[in-house]
Design a protein around this ligand. Structure first.
Ligand SMILES: Nc1ncnc2c1ncn2[C@@H]1O[C@H](COP(=O)(O)OP(=O)(O)OP(=O)(O)O)[C@@H](O)[C@H]1O
Ligand SMILES: [Mg+2]
Length: 375
């Protein structure tokens, strides 16, 4: 995957910019608050159809403007492609691929593939399960658009079911007559999603172990273990009918508790991913450096799985990552990204100044100036 160029209008602090990228390493260099991360956000947006910062459309559109536009030119294994995203404060977002309108997000996801890594991803190791679910969701969605479809269906069903649980006090009759139907539908999607999460975790675990060993030596072996809220054993998830029955029985067994909580207590929204070193929680026992390297290995694993599945690497987007790594981890990363396209930000004006073939893009107040390194 090669991101050739991007044109951005009224996106964050970028009034208008047109930037071309080289196929190797591109560095967005500049002082704080100039628009480095903003540009990475614009590049990542077409890959999953949302901001990696979790920002809503009104926050993304430039202050005082009504609309924003991203036009991306990229090449996948087949041919040159374009994606256009038009955001508006008062109209629905419009997405086009090669000039043709896409109606569903699942038609976009999987087109332009990118893996983004930023220091905040340390929260995958340090914080609660929602960060890890989000890691799995973004990675699996960009591999299989059907996963995103199931996920969207699931969250719609979950909202409906939770609303029903909250209104059960007022209208028990309506609750009793429809709750089983919602539980059945929810259990159906939960079985699909949990099986795909489990398969992904097993696959990612192998790659994380390999990357981590290269980075840190072979001392401690990491593993990612899927922890589904149905409480089944690993091998049971492959039979989706069994998982569905398990969830259905959980969802229909404790209405009183669920009504009291006003929320659905079982389902994939409660799943987790245990991240361990030699079988022990990396969150509790890992050193700061181990945790940081694990988070990086989890992102590199996403890239390796993409390569296995589709035959080429995604574009790697690194926000302020090199400055966080010590010299040997830095060297490892630079070695690892050879032959892949990388767009990275840095506040260090001379980062990789002596490396051939690196394209340096100076960022100043939402403007971008390219300098190709002479060979
Ligand atoms: N919707 C918006 N409209 C205009 N400007 C915005 C908008 N959202 C954010 N900004 C501005 O963008 C700037 C931050 O840009 P960005 O996050 O890209 O900085 P950066 O170059 O990555 O800096 P750092 O090195 O500190 O991470 C801030 O000055 C902020 O006020
Ligand atoms: Mg930044």
């Amino acid at each position: 995957m090669y991101c050739k160029a991007i044109s951005v209008r009224n996106f964050r602090n970028i009034e208008e910019a047109e930037i071309s990228f080289c196929e190797g390493v591109n560095i967005l260099a500049g002082e704080n608050a100039q628009g480095k991360t903003n540009l990475l956000e614009a590049i990542f947006y077409p890959s999953v159809g949302r901001s990696f910062r979790g920002a809503h459309t009104p926050e993304i559109i430039r202050f005082g403007e009504k609309t924003a536009h991203i036009h991306m030119e990229y090449r996948d294994r087949k041919r040159d492609q374009t994606i256009d995203i038009r955001l508006s404060r008062d109209k629905q977002r419009q997405i086009e691929k090669n000039g043709l309108r896409l109606d569903k997000l699942s038609e976009l996801v999987g087109s332009f593939r990118a893996v983004l890594f930023c220091p905040e991803h340390l929260s995958m190791i340090k914080d609660g399960p929602s960060e890890r679910r989000s890691y799995m969701d973004i990675a699996i969605s960009s591999l299989y658009p059907s996963y995103l479809y199931s996920l969207q269906t699931y969250s719609h069903l979950l909202r409906q079911r939770n609303a029903l649980l909250k209104s059960a006090w007022q209208d028990r009759g309506a609750f009793d007559s429809t709750i089983e139907l919602w539980s059945e539908k929810l259990a159906h999607e939960a079985a699909i999603i949990s099986d795909m999460r489990l398969q992904f975790a097993k696959r990612a675990s192998r790659h994380v172990a390999a990357c981590f060993a290269e980075m840190m030596g072979e001392k401690e072996i990491p593993s990612l273990v899927f922890h589904g809220s149905s409480g089944q054993k690993e091998e049971e998830y492959a039979d989706r009918e069994t998982t569905k029955k398990k969830y259905y029985s959980l969802l229909t067994s404790s209405y009183d508790r669920e009504i009291a909580a006003g929320a659905t207590l079982w389902g994939i929204h409660k799943d987790d991913l245990d991240i361990c070193l030699n079988g022990k929680s990396a969150r509790i026992y890992g050193s700061q450096g181990q945790q940081r390297s694990l988070a990086l290995a989890m992102k590199l694993a996403e890239g390796e799985i993409c390569k296995e599945e589709f035959g080429d690497y995604p574009v790697f987007l690194f926000d302020d990552v090199l400055s966080e790594l010590d010299a040997s981890r830095r060297e490892y990363l630079l070695h690892k990204i050879k032959g892949k396209q990388v767009i990275m930000t840095s506040c260090e004006p001379n980062l990789l100044a002596d490396t051939e073939g690196v394209q340096r893009i100076v960022v100043k107040n939402g403007s971008y100036f390219s300098f190709a390194k002479e060979k």
